[in-house]
Design a protein around this ligand. Structure first.
Ligand code: F6P
Length: 551
């Protein structure tokens, strides 16, 4: 019988002196208003800011003092953050429940040797990147053609979770740099609508499917991949066509071969790279096909810059460490339940969705590494929408609701599509929102505007709503890489404090298993003997009744 691996920390979080100090300190900070903190320190806006890897983080509009930051860093040290991050970078098996190394940083490593079970993984990473670049070149030059000799004009990535969200987000984020002569689409949902709508106007003769699945076992992806195969063969009528219209990204060579894709057309990945951390592995093949190998490598450089920064910068000048610790501060000491991510950049419209998997599949955990139930809150809910759209929908709650919602605002100084005054108006809104959230409007100010007394409470803004602002010069492949790595390492920092395994995802298993059991019950021609709870039984019975084709 395998024994449970050693937990990284034995002293419970609540017993750490640094945690206790923060609990006391939090009582002192809670009554402080950002208005006062800024009035007391005219340099605060510059003092609580860091510039690294092309990203400027202004965290001055947070409900923190210099002492808060010091105490949070003491907490990080007490939780051995430095040792834990080194263990990750060096390929130790820090994903304890799956006994795996966690090496997304190896995907962008240069000139290093990183050993897993005594084997250097970096050469294999570069070999796959080289194979991706060769393939990209063939598609772009038109030397790789479809079965009937037509060049590839459409690329469809089929995958889900980490095999979809990273590719979609990166494609949308870097669309400005992408080939406009190729159509890129992404099919993830098992809902047939996703497939039908993605393919309805395309010619199979010009379409390449990238079947992206680390395990090559995922129900949604395999179902969509089989449908894609039928779609291609219906038009081309020849099994040989599969070779020209399908490539795979996976760790599962047998699964790929069984599906009928030549394993020479498979781009490998490794068990030490988790799905939600895989966008710069071969999972990024569609990204490379869209933006080219050079831009893809620029993106990897951005990731690498942030990796180096995370690994070497002192904690008080370390972007991911500070952002991670601020998330812990609000989650555990202010009772905040969520973090809103608000990019003022239309190209980042899928960034919040991408972050949802990264953050919540990683830190949505209820037991420590040692298997003990936690007695503190872990991963907050990440959500968001691009600005300014969100301002006209949910910002009301952030400004005047009863919940504390820390926000990350993300903006760029230069527009990728300069158009009249648009960019100034966009960014003026970003700056205005963080100002309004921090400082609000007092009843006196509202009254002084001539507001009648009865309306004053409604028009008062309490303020003191915390925000981070991330400002970069321009959205480039390199900036995107740094931005994603910033959140990856912020998530890691949070996970280390909470002493949880940020790299497993057991929570998705139960639903998958129950769905497997339910599928035959929906498809059976005879009324099945349902043995669920009364609610699920009734729902299934009703579904079957409306399906009509079955008894
Ligand atoms: O169901 C969750 C999950 O395992 C994710 O962690 C993963 O990114 C996704 O499914 C897709 O998995 P695969 O790439 O193996 O198809």
């Amino acid at each position: 019988m395998m024994s449970a691996p050693l937990a990284a920390r034995t002293l419970p979080l609540a017993k750490l002196p640094a945690w206790k100090a923060l609990l006391t300190h939090c009582q002192e900070v809670r009554p402080l208003h950002l208005r006062q903190l800024f009035a007391d320190d005219p340099q605060r806006g510059k003092r609580f800011a860091i510039d690294a890897c092309g990203l400027y983080l202004d965290y001055s509009k947070n409900r923190v003092t210099a002492e808060t930051i010091q105490l949070l860093i003491q907490l990080a040290e007490a939780c051995s953050l430095r040792e834990r991050l080194e263990a990750m970078f060096k390929g130790q098996k820090i994903n304890v429940t799956e006994r795996r190394a966690v090496l997304h940083t190896a995907l962008r490593a240069v000139g290093e040797q990183i050993l897993v079970d005594g084997i250097d993984v970096v050469p294999a990473v570069h070999a796959v990147l080289g194979k991706m670049a060769d393939f990209t070149d063939k598609i772009h030059r038109g030397t790789w053609r479809g079965h009937t000799g037509l060049p590839i004009r459409n690329v469809i990535n089929i995958g889900i979770g980490g095999s979809d969200l990273g590719p979609v987000m990166a494609y949308e984020a870097l669309r400005h740099y992408s080939r406009r002569d190729i159509i890129f689409r992404f099919i993830s949902n098992i809902d047939g609508t996703d497939f039908v709508e993605a393919t309805r106007d395309l010619n199979p003769e010009e379409t390449l499917f990238v079947i992206c699945s680390k395990t090559f076992k995922t129900l949604e992806t395999l179902t969509n991949a089989h449908t894609a195969r039928e779609w291609v063969l219906r038009k081309l009528g020849d099994d040989q066509a599969v070779a020209r219209h399908f490539v795979a990204v996976s760790t599962n060579t047998e699964g790929v071969a069984e599906f009928g894709i030549d394993t020479n057309q498979m781009f490998g990945m490794w068990d030490w790279d988790g799905g939600r951390y895989s966008m710069d592995s071969a999972v990024g093949l569609s990204t490379m096909l869209a933006i080219g190998a050079e831009n893809f490598h620029a993106m990897l450089s951005g990731f690498h810059d942030m990796d180096q920064h995370f690994r070497t910068a002192p904690f008080d000048r370390n972007l991911p460490v500070l952002m991670g610790l601020l998330a812990v501060w609000y989650t555990n000491f202010f009772g905040a339940q969520t973090v809103a991510v608000l990019p003022y950049e239309q190209y980042l419209k899928r960034f919040p969705a991408y972050l949802q998997q990264l953050t919540m599949e990683s830190n949505g955990k209820h037991v420590t590494l040692g298997g003990t139930k936690v007695d503190y809150q872990t991963g907050p809910i990440y959500w968001g929408e691009p600005g300014t759209n969100g301002q006209h929908s949910f910002y009301q709650l952030i400004h005047q609701g009863t919940k504390l919602v820390p926000c990350d605002f993300i903006g760029f100084c230069r527009a990728l599509n300069p158009l009249g005054r648009h960019h100034d108006l966009l960014m003026a809104n970003l700056f205005a929102q963080t100002e309004a959230l921090a400082f609000g409007k007092t009843p006196e100010e509202v009254r002084a505007e001539g507001t009648p007394d009865w309306l004053v409470p409604h028009r008062t803004f309490e303020g003191n709503r915390p925000t981070n602002t991330l400002l970069a010069e321009r959205l480039t492949p390199r900036t995107l890489g740094s931005l994603v790595a910033l959140y990856e390492h912020s998530v890691f920092t949070q996970g280390v404090i909470w002493n949880i395994d940020s790299f497993d995802q057991w929570g998705v298993e139960l639903g998958k298993a129950l769905a497997e059991k339910t599928i035959p019950e929906l498809e059976a021609s005879q009324t099945p003997n349902l043995r669920h709870d009364s609610s699920t039984n009734a729902l299934i019975e009703r579904y079957r009744r409306f399906q009509k084709r079955k008894k």
